[in-house]
Design a protein around this ligand. Structure first.
Ligand code: FE2
Length: 167
């Protein structure tokens, strides 16, 4: 295990991705409010919870390195504004996520590659929330009544008990 000081690129990216999860939680929670369909609301609320769980999983790393994210209040406000500027159309939202999420997955893997060995469990657990979201989207296309399993599994997992899968 390396105890060398991680690169500035790693620290900057870590705090940026942490902030994006805090924003993302507020985004999905706000988006949920715009839908009457209880099934869609539940999905958006679960996505919000996954964003929070992902943020909380790397928060100890943010603290360990003494990083200073923007305030939660300002990040949440920005997430809410994004949601208010998004068309209330679940099909389009799913289409958008299908387009952008694979790229995010690569970004999270890139963060893992920058991080030291002792941070890998939490970094990979952060990546896993995107894996779960992509699997949710795949199932959503097959049967929207039975798609939330991967999100619930992610929420039921404690980051300190997370085991990184062998490649
Ligand atoms: Fe996220």
């Amino acid at each position: 295990m390396s105890s060398a000081m991680p690169s500035q690129e790693y620290l900057d990216t870590l705090v940026q991705y942490y902030e994006e999860e805090v924003e993302g939680e507020a985004y999905f929670a706000e988006a949920a409010k715009a839908y009457d369909d209880p099934l869609v609301r539940e999905k958006l609320e679960l996505l919000a919870e996954c964003e929070r769980h992902a943020a909380e999983s790397v928060e100890p790393l943010v603290r360990k390195y003494g990083l200073t994210p923007h305030s939660a209040a300002s990040l949440q406000e920005s997430g809410r504004k994004d949601a208010q500027n998004t068309e209330v159309n679940w099909v389009k939202m799913v289409e958008g996520m299908n387009k952008t999420y694979p790229g995010y997955l690569d970004d999270f893997k890139g963060l893992e590659a920058l991080g030291p060995a002792e941070d890998q469990q939490r970094l990979n657990f952060l990546t896993e929330h995107e894996v779960a979201a992509i699997e949710f989207l795949r199932l959503e296309a097959i049967d929207p009544a039975d798609s939330v399993g991967p999100l619930k599994d992610y929420l039921a997992t404690d980051p300190t008990e997370w085991v990184i899968a062998a490649e």
